[in-house]
Design a protein around this ligand. Structure first.
Ligand code: FAD
Length: 373
């Protein structure tokens, strides 16, 4: 009999398992996938750490979380500076002085601010009724047309005029020459990949892979006093109240016989005509070098396509709208009646969590759990 059976070897499960183990508890971790690390899983291909479930850049303002992850990995100094490609015109992201200079030839912050104001005024939108009007009222027509419109329409699979205004509350605009996408105090990528980091979290902990909890629930639940479940909450209850919806992403990954395909980790394709939203070139997360510092002759790229999620497909981004919020609240009531089970993580709580937030949430939950025992 274990103290905890942890369903899911992603970040939530691994952090919970590590902390429980350090407090003398016995733990068994299972995952239905053939690997640990959940969606932050990275795999080495041609000497390159490939982010199999989408690019993951660790960034946080939470010092406790930063110190915690640094116990399990050394982080490099990677800074996320994506480039936008609009029909072959390249712009810096997030919107900053380099973007404005390229777009309008303006040189000073004042000129850039005036240009945006002028375009906002010319559009004359006072009460935005859809996402298009909202975006134009925030950044003017040029930035909207070239950098927001096509990308957003591909992400949501609908024209911006049919999307609600509230999706975009603000669009960050910087009047400095700063291409750092995140406003975070700490940022980087674990040297050698995320899988190694999670492996070290799970050091000394029993892990069984390729085991689906819901298929063997009867036998498995008796193995432990308590279960920590990080799978989809609606699946746990057999979808008895209906399906929670997600947006999904499809990745097409290729090895190319060239050392440098696009010169940057992320290039966003912001026009509507290019079918993919982004291309990730994985080697640039580690500055194009192998673990021993040597140059890598090949490269690995992933094209990302935003797609509709269908039941049975890989769930990525929870759709936090009113309909799904209400349904989740009903599932939460069912979950509250399961006194042997803790529901956690992005699928268990149906919540978009960045990595730092999911780690903070697991640390808080395990602390709460162990302090009452
Ligand atoms: C495309 C994409 C890009 C992202 N990029 C970033 C980024 O750049 N920076 C950032 O901070 N965050 C990013 N995130 C968020 C990050 O992926 C999450 O914060 C993190 O993975 C959540 O961890 P988790 O343990 O909750 O979930 P998961 O990693 O999904 O782990 C859950 C695990 O449970 C297992 N499981 C589910 N059901 C069962 C079952 N029935 N039986 C057994 N096992 C089961 C699954 O196989 C999975 O391994 C991104 C997310 C996505 C979708």
């Amino acid at each position: 009999m274990y103290d905890y059976l942890i369903v899911g070897a992603g970040l939530y499960g691994a952090v919970f398992a590590r902390q429980a183990k350090e407090r003398g508890k016995t733990v068994l971790v299972i995952d239905k996938r053939p690997h640990i690390a959940g969606n932050v899983y990275t795999e080495e291909v041609e000497g390159i750490q490939v982010h199999q479930y989408g690019a993951h850049i660790f960034h946080t303002n939470n010092r406790q979380v930063w110190e915690y992850v640094n116990r399990f990995a050394e982080f490099n100094r990677f800074t996320n500076s994506p480039v936008a490609n609009y029909h072959g015109e390249l712009y810096s992201l997030p919107f900053n002085m380099y973007t404005f200079n390229k777009m309008w030839g303006v040189v000073t912050p004042q000129e850039a601010a005036e240009k945006i104001e002028e375009q906002k005024k010319a559009a004359g939108i006072t009460e935005p009724e859809n996402l298009e009007e909202q975006a134009i009222s925030l950044v003017g027509t040029d930035i909207y047309e070239k950098l927001v419109k096509g990308y957003t329409e591909k992400q949501w699979g609908r024209p911006c005029t049919e999307l609600p205004a509230f999706i975009i509350k603000r669009l960050p605009v910087r009047f400095t020459f700063d291409n750092n996408y995140f406003n975070a105090l700490y940022q980087g990528i674990p040297v050698g990949g995320y899988t190694g980091m999670v492996q070290r979290m799970l050091d000394g902990i029993e892990v069984r892979l390729g085991v689906d909890y819901l298929e063997q629930k009867e036998e498995l639940e008796w193995l432990a006093r308590k279960v920590v479940y990080t799978g989809p909450i609606d699946a746990y209850f057999g979808y008895r109240l209906g399906y929670l919806e997600y947006r999904s992403v499809r990745f097409e990954t290729e090895v190319l016989d060239t050392p440098n395909f696009q010169g940057n980790a992320a290039v966003n394709y912001t026009d509507r005509e290019t079918p993919w939203t982004r291309i990730i070139e994985h080697k640039w997360f580690e500055f194009g070098r192998a673990a021993d510092g040597s140059e890598l002759p090949k490269t690995v790229i992933s094209r990302e396509y935003s797609s509709e999620w269908k039941p049975g497909g890989e769930p990525y981004y929870p759709v936090n709208d009113e309909k799904n919020g209400k349904l989740y609240a009903e599932y939460e009531k069912l979950a509250a009646q399961e006194d042997k089970v803790i529901f956690g993580g992005r699928l268990g709580e149906y919540k978009y969590y960045d990595m730092d937030a999911v780690i903070a949430s697991a640390l808080a939950r395990v602390e709460e759990e162990l302090s009452v025992k």
